[in-house]
Design a protein around this ligand. Structure first.
Ligand code: FDA
Length: 579
């Protein structure tokens, strides 16, 4: 059996593996990605792509491609609950920052708007970028055995088309092999939680629903039909392509038996929730999946890391599946590149678990809570298991009646719908990730007190560990984001009006340490001109202060003002971050 040598073996080419492959290639790391399936995702699956993830793709240079292929933010905003598309609308919520009261929060926080891009359209775009950067990706190639010792990871991989097996010897490996991770299992990563907490059937179909959706454009249409025995309503319509292609997602309890997946049965289910028999329906595919609430206690064992669903498995509520997977890979790729290039000690890699595991924990818990929080809607609608269709309609009529009971139930429904903000406008969960780790130098100050519920509201701060706040700047008549001055695989120093001593220190240290350390002057009248004073309002440091920003846009260290010897202050910070 022959052996291939590489620096990093990436196992899996879903959102996590492809993102890792792309950034490792961009950073010039010798890596090999192998994946069991013969191609990228063959169905829409996850689709909500949040601002933080688009920022990652912006760094990769593919934001415009993603945007060109995605359903834009402007068409995502209405979450509709109804008895059917043609039937009675029961409730509506403006989502993903599109509502009057949230729109400014979202636009102020990031240069990148959220979009709806189904996984089968997203993955080929990441793959294309990975290949352009020179990544090697081998499809139909699975890891059948993986072990490690102090110096190497060793894997046996099998080409599924020929049955040929060979060995891969790598310095590091990333298990991005999804919810049934072979890597996690064989290397006995500690996984905690429960599997099979519910199940879902995805029906991917074509049906022209323009007349029922174009006037209330959205990503999710929740059908709640009287007399229905399905959990969380009769089916959720997820927009794949406005307004003709959809996934109808039906959650069910496997204890009540498996649903009929025959074409006739799923067409009947779709027809019932459309409520208009004149609409043609063409089924493209039906698949089933289960709800899990699982998290790995550590994302690293020796030389092997987990990323994506291999490390965290949770329901699709809040749309955090692919987002968290992409962000894991973004966090890990630069650290591996720094260590492999000799710019950081391997201890830098310890920060991956320290930073991403608490995020994963928050994500799995939030998603599970959001699923449970949908129950009050069904309760407020008065729908109960075992209820007849007639009883179900009576409760709908009562809900809209001019009676005390109707008034009380409308108040309950409003409260239940408002609770959904924790699923559909959870800006703090989406964007507010803050790291506490050995790759961040705490400055001894507390994080600022939250101005609102931290799950709902993102609060910009330059406290070490936080993501660099976005502000629009002007540079030679061009508009750029603060985030654009950082990233791209290198460390960055943002300085202000009194920044020359910092620039001198950074130039000296960059050549001394052989690292790429970019310096940008940001402030009123600076090279990056804060014409709107947006940066001045959020930077939390003085004109002569500095921010050291990591390649993943998170702040590693800050100086509020100019210290006596900036060179020494920066040297200490760099050696602390890079170990
Ligand atoms: P992912 O599972 O995407 O990829 C795993 C990769 O590992 C694959 O490329 C596979 O070939 C490879 N692999 C597996 N074993 C291997 C081995 N031994 N050797 C080599 N390669 C191996 N999420 C959400 O937020 N909203 C949603 O609506 C949905 N809907 C949905 C529907 C269906 C049908 C599924 C299956 C999943 C979802 N999800 C979802 C979940 C979402 O798809 C998921 O969170 C991401 O795909 C996770 O990305 P990863 O890259 O971690 O794993």
């Amino acid at each position: 059996m022959h052996t291939i040598e590489t620096d990093v073996l990436v196992v899996g080419a879903g959102p996590a593996g492809l993102t890792a492959a792309a950034f490792l290639a961009k950073h010039g790391v010798d890596a090999l990605t192998v994946t069991r399936y013969s191609g990228t995702a063959n169905s829409p699956r996850a689709h909500i792509t949040n601002q933080r993830t688009i920022e990652v793709f912006r760094d990769l240079g593919i934001e415009d491609r993603i945007r060109g292929a995605a359903v834009p933010n402007e068409l995502m905003g209405n979450n509709v609950w109804a008895t059917s598309f043609a039937g009675q609308e029961l409730a509506r919520l403006k989502t993903w920052g599109s509502g009057t009261h949230r729109h400014a929060d979202y636009t102020a926080a990031s240069p990148s708007a959220m979009c709806n891009i189904p996984q089968h359209i997203l993955e080929p775009l990441i793959l294309e970028a990975a290949k352009e950067y020179g990544a090697q990706v081998r499809f139909s190639t699975e890891v059948v055995e993986i072990t490690q010792d102090a110096d190497h990871v060793r894997a046996v991989v099998r080409e599924r088309t020929t049955g040929t097996e060979y060995r891969v010897r790598a310095k590091y490996a990333i298990g991005a092999d999804g919810g049934r991770s072979t890597v996690a299992k064989q290397l006995e990563f500690p996984l905690r939680g429960e599997m099979g907490l519910g199940a879902a059937m995805n029906i991917w179909l074509e049906a022209d629903l323009t007349q029922y959706t174009a006037y209330r454009p959205g990503t999710l249409y929740w059908m709640a039909q009287p007399g229905n025995d399905y959990w969380v309503g009769s089916g959720t319509w997820i927009c794949v392509k406005p307004w003709t292609e959809w996934v109808l997602l039906c959650m069910y309890n496997p204890e009540d038996g498996e649903p009929d997946t025959s074409e006739a049965s799923v067409i009947e289910r779709a027809r019932a929730t459309i409520g208009d028999d004149s609409i043609d329906i063409r089924i493209k595919a039906v698949s089933k999946w289960q709800i899990n609430h699982v998290i790995a206690d550590t994302y690293q064992k020796g030389r092997v890391f987990l990323a994506g669903d291999a490390a965290h498995r949770h329901p699709p509520a809040n749309g955090l599946g692919t987002n968290t997977s992409v962000q894991d890979a973004f966090n890990l790729a630069w650290k591996l590149a720094f260590v492999l290039r000799g710019h950081a000690s391997p201890h830098l890699l310890d920060s991956y678990t320290q930073e991403r595991q608490p995020v994963g924990q928050q994500v799995v818990d939030r998603a599970m809570t959001s699923v449970r929080d949908m129950l009050p809607i069904s309760e407020a609608l008065g729908f109960r298991p075992g209820q007849s269709t007639e009883e179900g309609w009576d409760t709908v009529h009562e809900l809209f009646s001019d009676t005390d009971a109707g008034r009380r139930r409308r108040t309950e429904l409003d409260a239940a719908v408002q609770l959904q903000n924790y699923q559909f406008n959870a800006h703090g969960v989406e964007l507010g990730q803050r790291y506490r780790s050995a790759a961040v130098v705490d400055d001894g100050t507390p994080f600022p007190d939250p101005v609102g519920d931290p799950e709902l509201y993102y609060q910009p701060t330059t406290h070490p560990g936080a993501r660099l706040p976005h502000a629009w700047l002007e540079h030679h008549t061009r508009q750029v984001s603060t985030l654009d001055l950082t990233g791209h695989g290198r460390l960055s120093l943002l300085v202000g009006e009194g920044g020359q001593p910092w620039r001198d220190a950074a130039d000296k240290l960059a050549s001394e340490l052989g690292i790429d350390l970019s310096v940008a002057s940001v402030g009123v009248g600076c090279e990056y001109n804060d014409v709107l004073r947006e940066w001045t309002a959020v930077r939390e440091i003085g004109d002569a202060g500095a921010l050291l920003v990591r390649p993943d846009h998170h702040i590693a260290w800050r100086a509020a003002d100019l210290p006596e010897i900036p060179l020494e202050a920066l040297r200490t910070a760099l050696s602390s971050v890079l170990h």
